[in-house]
Design a protein around this ligand. Sequence first.
Ligand code: URA
Length: 250
Amino acid sequence: WRNMPETALVPGLIARAGARAATMIEAGPGVARKASPVSYPEPAAADTGTLAGVAEGVRACRRCPLHAPATQAVPGEGPADTRVMVVAEQPGDAEDLAGRPLIGPAGRVFDEALKRVGLERSGLYVTNAVKHFKFAPRGKRRLHVRPGAGEAAHCRWWLDREIDLLRPRLIVAMGATAVAAITGHGDGVTRLRGSIIPLADGMSMLVTVHPAYMLRLTGQEEKRRAWQDFLADLGLVRPFLAGPAATAER
Ligand code: URA
């Protein structure tokens, strides 16, 4: 027990168990994935039978204007047989340049949190709700701009392909854009965070904050609490890593 990093989380988990259970009861069962709010044609050339094909399709995607100023699209990455998929918001400056998800400052927060709860990033599939960087140029810098509902809706087609191929038992939705991409509305991240919410087809969603949230906080105590809560949320992931892929109920 002394050598297990997650042991440190146990007192906090016990202390917040009542509140978490109440939130889950309040959320109710089955926040099913909603139908996409817009319809759009399937990209003609995309091979959607494999993750590699989907990644190729993402790189070639021209379905919304975000592709034009971006350096490149950033597909998801991770093993095809994982049971846990992590969805963040959109690539940032570093990801846009490297073509890989969550490797910049927010990614470093995420990696540190994974380490603290004893999870290997190589065992997770990590992707974004929106695959191109949206930014506003400010001199030499490119400032992050939150993607709009239309851009997220267009990109949802790719997220759906990733979900269909992976059939994850758990989707970790980090922040409102990710929650909205999965459920159709991004309200209530604060209320729902730390809850395991059943989705359609035997999948579940764990809502948590986006790791960049931790970077924005300035108060020591606020930061400490946010970090502790983020670790507690990620501490719920491990049981989902084992077992069969999620299957649709027929
Ligand atoms: N980088 C990503 O890949 N996703 C985010 O949401 C933020 C930074």
